[in-house]
Design a protein around this ligand. Structure first.
Ligand SMILES: [Zn+2]
Length: 75
């Protein structure tokens, strides 16, 4: 759904403090964090918020609580 490249920038997870995180650098120009230790994803909340904002228009597409598909890893 997004074009992003993941990199191990060592950014501490805001939830568990682990540095086993992947920073996703999106072509759109923003960065999201994905924690491999606790599963925290900074974009999950934003995507949920976006879905809430556009929920009226996109209702019936995907359940907001459904697990997000893994992004393709590009080395
Ligand atoms: Zn974490």
């Amino acid at each position: 759904m997004y074009d992003a490249e993941g990199s191990h920038d060592g950014v501490p997870c805001p939830t568990c403090g682990s540095e086993a995180t992947i920073s996703w650098h999106f072509a759109e120009g923003f960065v999201e964090l994905d924690c491999r230790t606790c599963g925290y994803r900074s974009d999950a909340e934003e995507i949920a918020a976006l879905e809430r904002e556009s929920g009226e228009l996109l209702a019936g597409d995907d359940p907001p609580e459904a697990p997000l598909p893994k992004r393709p890893l590009r080395a």
